[in-house]
Design a protein around this ligand. Structure first.
Ligand code: BGC
Ligand code: ZN
Length: 358
């Protein structure tokens, strides 16, 4: 079959190659891939900065945001039938599961020996087919199948919002206002979830007002362009007390501005991966004092487990009925399997690239 592969560690990757067809073992299903979304992690893998081939292979099939259809179920595969729409979970527990992996919380793995399909030690989904066991597949109803390629990135923010609520159960909390840093796919999806929760949402982004602002406003949120406003307590004074800041840019200095900006008892959630080596001078005493005297929390979150994918399916349906068509407007590039070079070209009106495999 055809697949997009990289040689981990080598820049300039992402080539279409003929690779062996997956052979489903008993208990597995064969999935025909329809769409695969691309994100910053894929960009890093293609630049050779990240990614690990499966043991014994010298290449890695990339792609971890998938949507496919069950093509064939073996006799031992339970709960799925031919034709079902499915999205695959990305992470797998470590071989000798740690306490969290053993409890199906592989997103909270303690020792880093987990694997991730398309990223770390396991082939991904940017191929014509893949084989998988049903416990790592999430069924998607037909009516949201045209946007379900967004389920994996949505699962990341499902976990983020769930963690915010769980952490904040430490106090009597009635959040009213959230600031989302970055109106890319993760930021926009997070903003939509927070809007569904009834919060006032402000996006803060470096793109001049255009499509991203339109998408934000269509979900009833406000769009603030960084070219006109500096992030920090002055901005908070303008818009009102900020209970949640969700960072989704990976530009690490913003984390410190966010700590300064969030209101007493507020929470800062970091989701952006920052691969660089940036150093920064910070007002350490001021930030420490702010955190202590105002009971602030800052935390990081990565990946997602099964329940986050499942709540994501419910929210895809809710988002579609509340703001019809909004999710598909986020998909600004649809590319063929053979030509994904355009996926990462920068443009202020670009949000999400997907590859149309079938
Ligand atoms: C993926 C996560 C993964 C993370 C780190 C993200 O792009 O969505 O599933 O855990 O990269 O590898
Ligand atoms: Zn583990």
């Amino acid at each position: 079959m055809k697949a997009v592969v990289v040689t981990p560690g080598k820049p300039g990757g992402g080539r279409l190659e003929e690779v062996p067809d997956p052979q489903p073992r008993d208990g597995e299903v064969l999935v025909q891939v329809h769409q695969v979304g691309l994100d910053g992690t894929d960009a890093e893998i293609m630049q050779g900065q990240y990614g690990e081939a499966p043991p014994g292979d010298d290449y890695l099939i990339i792609g971890h945001e998938s949507l496919g259809r069950v093509a064939e179920a073996t006799s031992g595969a339970e709960g799925l039938s031919t034709g079902d729409w499915v999205v695959a979970i990305v992470r797998r527990p470590d071989p000798v599961p740690c306490r969290n992996c053993a409890a199906d919380e592989w997103d909270m793995c303690l020792n880093g020996r987990y694997t991730e399909r398309g990223i770390k030690g396991r082939h991904g989904f940017l191929a014509e087919f893949y084989a998988e066991t049903p416990n790592y597949l999430v069924s998607v109803p037909e009516e949201v199948s045209d946007v379900a390629v967004l389920l994996e990135p949505l699962s990341i923010v499902e976990k983020a919002v769930e963690q915010i609520k769980r952490i904040q159960s430490r106090l009597v909390w009635q959040p009213e206002r959230a600031v989302v840093l970055g109106a890319g796919p993760i930021g926009l999806l997070a903003g939509m979830l927070l809007r569904l929760e009834g919060l006032e949402v402000h996006f803060y982004d470096a793109s001049e007002p255009g499509l991203k602002r339109d998408l934000a406003e269509a979900a009833g949120a406000n769009y603030i362009w960084s070219g006109e406003h500096k992030l920090g307590h002055e901005l908070a004074a303008e818009i009102g007390p900020v209970d949640i800041v969700l960072e989704a840019t990976g530009f690490s200095p913003l984390a410190f501005d966010a700590m300064d900006m969030v209101a007493p008892n507020g929470i800062v959630c970091l989701t952006g991966v920052s691969g660089g080596t940036r150093k920064l001078e910070i007002s350490a005493d001021h930030l420490n004092l702010e955190m202590v005297l105002s009971n602030k929390v800052i935390f990081g979150t990565v990946n997602a487990n099964r329940r986050h994918f499942e709540s994501g399916v419910r929210h895809l349906q809710e988002i579609e009925s509340r703001w019809p068509g909004l999710l598909s407007r986020m998909i600004t590039r649809r590319l063929p399997l053979g030509d994904i070079a355009a996926a990462f070209e920068r443009s202020s009106d670009h949000v999400k690239s997907i590859v149309q495999v079938t």
